[in-house]
Design a protein around this ligand. Sequence first.
Ligand code: SF4
Length: 458
Amino acid sequence: MKFVNSNKEKIKEYNKEHKLKYYIDTMGCQMNENDSLKYAGIFESMGFEKGTEADSNFYLFNTCCVRENAENTLFGRLGYLKQKKLKGKDIYIAVVGCMSQQRHILEKIKQSYKFVDIVLGTGSMSLFPDKVYKILINNKKEIEYVDVGNEIEEEVPIIYEDKYKASVSIIYGCNNFCSYCIVPYVRGRERSRKPEDIISDITRLAKKGYKEIMLLGQNVNSYGNDFKEKKYGFPDLLKDIEKIDGIEIIRFMSPHPKDFKDDLIEVIKNSKKIARQIHLPLQSGSTKILKDMNRKYTKEDFLNIVEKLKKADENISISTDIIVGFPGETNEDFNDTLDVVKKVKFDQIYMFIYSKRVGTKAAKMEDNTPNEEKVRRLETLKKVYEEQLPYNNEKMIGKVYKVLVEGKSKNNDKLYTGRTSQNKVVIFEADEKDIGRLKNIIIDSQHLWYLKGRIIDN
Ligand code: SF4
């Protein structure tokens, strides 16, 4: 479905006089960040200017409901804006994204946060301009529940903040129903974008000078499973993106281990552009806990995929997500997680204590582990991870890597920063004109969270 904004010109006209500024507060994952870039595109196409948190009129909260404290964060921020609004300022507030796809949140806003003007869930961006029009011109609030549906909104205006790296969504929703996860309930079932739409977006970005593309989806490697007329999957898409001139680095996030098949590993192995970094969410190293999580792979399956990836290219780095303290996790289960961490030597681990989400299967499971014990496990995991971090970094010393120069270092404006294909941050001396270019850099030293190196080409 093509995104159509029939109110664009009328709101633009309104903004010529009122000069409203917008501010977007994004919570959660990269999918949400990508959606926020689209909301920015919609705002600017309607004549809004980008403002700051202090000087804006139109506040949009793009919410996440994966962690429990996100609700407190949202309602705290809304409370702050209420004061601003009460002072008689021209303030408008929209709450969009995963949290607002939950009926209990909608009811809470209707009852206790009546000053909110728009509530809109996921997958209904095309309704947003009409709601903005009604608020600004008709002074009419638009708070209603909209089902996620099956539509994919194409050609939504988008504003990328980066000039060389861009994210592109390839699939929306999720069919997996991991027992702890709320995503399938708030983002709906899997809907793959047509390959030609994705290819045309990326070709356009390449022509504008973008070098690195991040393909996004809740489960990228189930891309194409919903195509009825043809057989075309994630490996096919990767091969087609590889052919696009100008794109040098292809990343993707996140694949599901249960769908990480040999044909995908073969495409990664043969590609010159797919980053040598794979994010492979483990969640737990215990086969018993993985079963309770409904992850549909075992500890051994996971280790097997890692082994195949390393065999395909020993330079591949692996990052992961781990949940500690899932209901019923014993010390033995946790030791299985530590065992996988020690065997794989992950380059990056996003680790969390299990957070109960209302409406999921895991929320009904018995959870006898005291919180102090969960914190202890998290600390243990962190320690094991940090102790082994130098292992992979040290192997990189003395070797040459292609690095996309991203900009000046935040701490020293004589130094520049970029990332290797393995997603390792590198600091080095460079020139302003190198920004946006790929440079060969030899690694001299490692400093846990970053590497130092020198450009060796001129
Ligand atoms: S794969 Fe599992 S964890 Fe990931 S979005 Fe789907 S249900 Fe959630």
